[in-house]
Design a protein around this ligand. Structure first.
Ligand code: ADP
Ligand code: TRP
Length: 325
């Protein structure tokens, strides 16, 4: 039986934070041990042009995502990692797909409406974003697309395009399924809201102790005094600690909260120690990769070579289906 192919894309929109890592990346990395699946993960730098127009930033963020992913354990032997722009066939396929995409479908896209509401210029690329995303998915004959809830509509649109294309031009594409992690916990940021780049409440992955200490010290807690008993479950520090500590350590900290005589400052230092220890080997690898961008680019090019072979075959099928001589 052929293996199921998982595909996902990530926009290079800045530094990866602890919320991204615990909320999405860690599961993706864990899935690498599943022999029954293949993984393609690309950096959506064409898509990033809908919000970035500084070439240095587009390049830097693309490398930043790649080196972070490699540092925390994405293994190029088990996950193809590549740049969207290294497979330009995807733009050709997007054109074919746009011929089966009703305007009304794109007009209903909530992410388009949200982006306009946030002040992005309503240009054609932003409007056509879901068509390029559909091409990203269909071009690799993907079965499953693991994404956050906000991307569900885009995957449904992809399915619509695949079904309509197949009906119009003959069976060409695999109709993919979304894999939405509904029960995914939202990782809180330093202010207790969802950790997000846009809220300025993030904890970075690879900071040295001093810088990370400043971020962790800024986590908002209630104003209970040192001696008072505290509720671990309502506390952001404890919630984050749970992701890094062993079950025994978690139980012990909960006990200390409830007993009193244990301050938020203590808990924050325990959290700091845990994250520092956990990240130490990753931080080292991140540093090495930062000093060696050529190595990162080599991995990306190698990934693209394999991905492009799949893309070429799908694009040829589509060209033939629509009647390109
Ligand atoms: P941001 O909100 O910082 O811009 P993105 O929207 O780029 O983050 O999210 C990238 C990935 O990380 C998505 O898969 C998203 O579901 C996940 N993610 C982002 N923030 C969190 C969070 N606070 N908790 C859990 N997962 C998150
Ligand atoms: N739109 C996705 C996001 O903002 C990124 C993306 C682009 C993507 N192409 C994709 C995700 C294909 C999954 C599959 O997060």
């Amino acid at each position: 039986m052929s293996r199921r192919r998982l595909l996902s894309g990530v926009q290079p929109s800045g530094k990866i934070h602890l919320g991204n890592y615990l909320g999405a990346l860690r599961q993706f990395i864990d899935s690498q041990s599943d022999e029954g699946t293949e993984r393609f993960l690309f950096i959506a730098n064409y898509h990033a042009l809908t919000s970035l127009s500084d070439r240095a930033i587009v390049r830097e963020y693309s490398l930043e995502v790649a080196r972070t992913y490699l540092a925390v354990g994405l293994d190029p032997e088990r996950t193809l990692i590549f740049l969207q722009s290294d497979v330009p066939e995807v733009c050709e396929l997007a054109w074919f797909l746009s011929t089966v995409t009703p305007m009304g479908l794109l007009e209903r896209a909530t992410s388009y409406k949200d982006k306009i509401a946030r002040g992005l210029t309503p240009n054609h690329a932003l409007f056509a974003y879901p068509v390029l995303q559909a091409a990203d998915i269909l071009i690799y004959d993907s079965h499953l697309v693991p994404v956050g809830r906000d991307q569900k509509q885009h995957i449904e649109m992809t399915r619509d395009m695949a079904i309509k294309f197949n009906a119009t031009f003959g069976e060409t594409f695999i109709v993919p399924e979304p894999q939405i992690q509904e029960n995914l916990a939202l990782i809180p940021g330093t202010d207790g809201q969802k950790m997000s780049k846009s809220y300025g409440n993030t904890i970075d992955l690879f900071d040295e102790r001093k810088a990370m200490k400043a971020q962790i010290s800024s986590i908002v807690t209630d104003s209970k005094g040192l001696d008072e008993p505290k509720d671990p479950d309502g506390c952001t520090v404890f919630q984050l600690y749970r992701y890094f500590a062993t079950p025994d350590e978690i139980a012990e900290m909960a006990e200390r909260y409830r007993a009193g005589g244990y301050g938020y400052g203590h808990a924050k230092m325990a959290l700091l120690d845990k994250i520092q220890d956990y990240m130490a080997p990753y931080r080292e690898r991140y540093r090495q990769l930062s000093d060696n961008p050529d190595r990162v680019i080599e991995v990306l090019r190698e990934g693209a070579k394999k991905a492009r072979a799949v893309a070429r075959a799908t694009t040829d099928r589509a060209r033939d289906a629509v009647g390109m001589l």
